[in-house]
Every structure is written in C-alpha cells, then in structure tokens.
Design a protein around this ligand. Structure first.
Ligand SMILES: [Zn+2]
Length: 289
C-alpha cells in the first residue's frame, strides 16, 4: 500500500492498524506540488497493490507514472471519493497568481485546476472521514481476509477525527474571523471547517518565488483587509513573509499544510498536523487585538 503525502499516509496507517504499514511516497519535508519521482518511488509504484493519492491537481508528477509503473495497482484518487466536498480554487486579487500571464500559464501547467478545484481536501475533517471510508472500502475489497479489521479501524478513526475537530474548534473559537495571509493557498478547507478568514496568498506553490509586483499587491491586501498575521511554511517563504510582516507591522507564524517532518509516528501524524496548524493560528492571531 502506497500513500502519497503524510496526512493521507497517516489516515491509511490508522485504517491498516494491526494488518500492516503503508509506504509514504513524498517525505513530509517535501512539497507534493514540486516533488520529482525518484528511482525508489518508481520501484514502490511497481510493487504496489493499491496507491492512495489526492489527485492530479496535487501530485501532478504522478499522473504519468501511475499509468506506466503502477500497472498492477488499484489507484484511488481521493478527490473523487464519495462524500468528499470540493471547493473551487481561488484566483485573482489577493490570491496568487496576481493576474500575470506567465503565472496563469504555470497554474494550468501545474494542473492545480483539476476541473478548477482546490486539492487540499484533507484539511476539512469531514473530507478526511470520507477519505477514510474510501480507503477502508478499497482495502476490504482487495484483502477480504482482513475486511473486519479495516472496517473497525475505520470507525475508530472517524471517532478520533470527531474528537480532534472538537479540540480544534475550542482552540480557534477566540480567533475566528481574524484575517491573515498565507504562503500558498492551501487552507480553504480548514477555513471553512473552522470559521477562519485567510485574506490572500503569496505564491501559487511554496517553491515559486513571488514577484515584486505581487508583494506590492499583498501589502495593499494586508492594509485593506486588516490582516494581523502572515504565515510561512517550513521549507520556504520565510524571508518573503518576514519582509511583508515587518513592512506591515503584523505577526508572523508557520503552518504546514501537507506534512510536518517532526511528526514521525504515522498513526498520529494527521492529528498532529491539524492540531499543530490550529495552535500556530491561535498563537499568532490571538496576539493581535
Ligand atoms: Zn499545496
């Protein structure tokens, strides 16, 4: 069983508890938007019985390899799983790209718009539960001897997600509606689920540098919307975020939408990722009055 990114891998690990461990394809410190297939990844795909991935809008590099390498695997595109709610990708104005032709071309090339939908689906706990159901269903079909275990693990995982959601709601209640800027537009599902208000994003992918023009646009967006924090990510963007935050005299924090290296225990990583982001939001947004 191969799972692409840390949160998907963590949910798969919970469903497989007592049966086996899935293999993580994209290390937590690496961006799925820009990951490149390594020889060890190719071998993992060749050996896979099942591959859980979000979809071509996120792991664009996998589109070809899934067809050419994972020939014996059942591939489950979680964006298409029953019960997963998709939100249209945000573009224009304070959302990168800032109307620049080249950047638009890049977006289409990066395949972010699989039908124009934002691929960061796992950040909504309701979607995570639908993903878990799809994984348990696929595993139960492929490995009927362990079907009962997958189904009881599914129930336990859903309960755990509900408890996590309640904890995060309590944590974020006091900072609901406070506007902030993010490095890349990954948090729409999290915002909807918990009543948050991101006001703009710096770049389209964490690895793309932002233009001077883009920075001016964001400075205006921070002023107009009264943003109180800029959130960077571990791998990149900290310099840009620092410049923006210092210029506007607002706070700076760090989020991890797709994986956090410090979360080494796979079954706890989904909870850890979600709660870590909630805590970072609460810490920075509550400092602003
Ligand atoms: Zn992303």
């Amino acid at each position: 069983v191969v799972a692409t990114i840390q949160p998907v891998h963590s949910l798969a690990a919970q469903v497989m508890q007592g049966v086996g461990e899935p293999r993580l394809l994209i290390p937590a410190g690496s961006s799925p938007h820009s990951h490149q297939l390594r020889p060890s990844d190719a071998r993992a795909l060749q050996d896979a019985d099942v591959v859980f991935w979000v979809g071509e809008g996120l792991e664009a590099f996998l589109d070809g390899p899934l067809q050419s390498l994972a020939v014996q695997a059942r591939t489950i595109e979680l964006m298409n799983a029953p019960g997963v709610t998709l939100l249209p990708a945000r573009t224009g104005g304070a959302w990168a790209p800032g109307g620049d032709e080249h950047e638009h071309a890049h977006v289409e090339q990066a395949g972010r718009g699989h039908g124009g939908f934002d691929p960061h689906i796992w950040l909504d706990p309701a979607n995570a539960k639908a993903m878990v159901a799809a994984m348990a269903g696929a595993l139960a079909e492929l490995d009927p001897a362990n079907a009962a275990t997958y189904r009881s693990n599914e129930k336990a995982t859903v309960t755990r997600i509900d408890l996590m959601q309640a904890d995060i709601e309590a944590l974020l209640g006091p900072v609901r509606g406070r506007p902030f800027i993010v490095l890349h537009d990954a948090y729409q599902y999290f915002e909807r689920a918990f009543g948050l208000a991101a006001a703009g994003s710096i770049t389209i992918t964490p690895d793309e540098p932002a233009s001077a023009h883009r920075l001016v646009e964001l400075r205006d967006a921070i002023r107009e919307r009264g943003a109180v924090c800029v959130f960077t990510e571990a791998q990149s963007g900290s310099e840009l975020a620092r410049i923006l935050a210092e210029d506007a005299g607002i706070g700076i924090g760090q989020l991890a939408p797709e994986g956090r290296e410090a979360l080494t225990q796979s079954s706890n990583a989904y909870d850890g990722l979600m709660k870590g982001n909630a805590q970072a939001l609460r810490d920075c947004l509550s400092r602003a009055s």
